[in-house]
Design a protein around this ligand. Sequence first.
Ligand SMILES: Nc1ncnc2c1ncn2[C@@H]1O[C@H](COP(=O)(O)OP(=O)(O)OP(=O)(O)O)[C@@H](O)[C@H]1O
Length: 369
Amino acid sequence: MFLKKLSVRHYRNYEELELNTDSNVNIFLGSNAQGKTNLLEAIYVLALTKSHRTFQDKELIRWQADSAHIAAEIDKKYGPCKLELALSSKGKRVRINGLEQRKLSQFIGALNVVMFAPEDLEIVKGSPGVRRRFMDMEIGQVYPSYIYDLSQYQKTLQQRNNMLKNAFKAPLDQDMLSVWDEQLVTYGVKIMKKRQNFIKKLQKWAEQIHAGITNGKEQLTITYSPSVADSEEVDDTVVFDQFMVKLSKIRDQEIRRGVSILGPHRDDLLFFINGKEVQTYGSQGQQRTTALSLKLAELELIYEEVGEYPILLLDDVLSELDEYRQTQLIQTFQSKVQTFITTTGLESVHLDQLNNASIFHVNSGSITD
Ligand SMILES: Nc1ncnc2c1ncn2[C@@H]1O[C@H](COP(=O)(O)OP(=O)(O)OP(=O)(O)O)[C@@H](O)[C@H]1O
């Protein structure tokens, strides 16, 4: 995929901006707080309809404005495509080639991106919630049906939690709870299955890439850890039954605690280097390399599934990498992936290794020469 033109209006600190991005490598250069990340974020939001750094959509709208707009012209394998997204207090509206899409799931995936930002270290180091969000965002952009299953699961979970929360006030409607149980399990199994497949594919690439970055010294293993199944293997019928049985066993506990304690909303991912868990035993450098391998693996996974490479967004990460890792990264994207990079200074970027990079000077929400 190749992003030819990006336009934003009333987005973060941008009043109005149109940018021709004809190069394979586009560098947003500027001091702190000028709007470099805002531009990468705009591309990310156009792809996934959500920001990578906030859950609050209203933060994306320029102060004092009612709505924000992002648009892009993209060259895809099958031809050119125009994407538009408008954000307001009423919600989001999206169009593909001028045609309004009723559901966001019809829009997500039209543009594929992989963002690598300093916060990604949290995927390795942080709480399970960060890893679940990582899985959800990434699986959703490749398999649109996942977004539907996930939203159905979340709705069911909310209803079921409401019921459990109120169980101490009035007698529990056991029949109704059984209906929610079955629905929770039905969508839960679909989600687990897709997460398992995704992680298996990601593992294959990440292991290879990580071995390359570490000169074959480290073997990276990524394991899906579902809260329901006894192993990472998820077989539909077996897990459906296991899930139902386990729910009935913990019913009293769930009623006492007033919350659903089993299901994909409690899943996790585990990372191991040479058999040792990275979160607990990995050095800062190993954790960083794990996050990098993960992101580079995503490029390959998306290529395998979608048939073309996504756009790579590198937010202030080159300076964090030593020269060897920076070279590895640049060599990976240089030939095949259109890349957008933010940086505060070119001295930390080995420009000599980049062919035909365009440099945009970002200054208080505008691009200057
Ligand atoms: N909704 C908004 N409306 C107007 N301005 C905003 C809004 N949200 C953020 N900003 C402004 O955007 C700027 C931050 O932009 P951004 O995060 O892109 O910085 P950056 O250039 O990447 O800096 P750094 O190098 O520090 O990461 C800040 O000046 C902030 O006040």
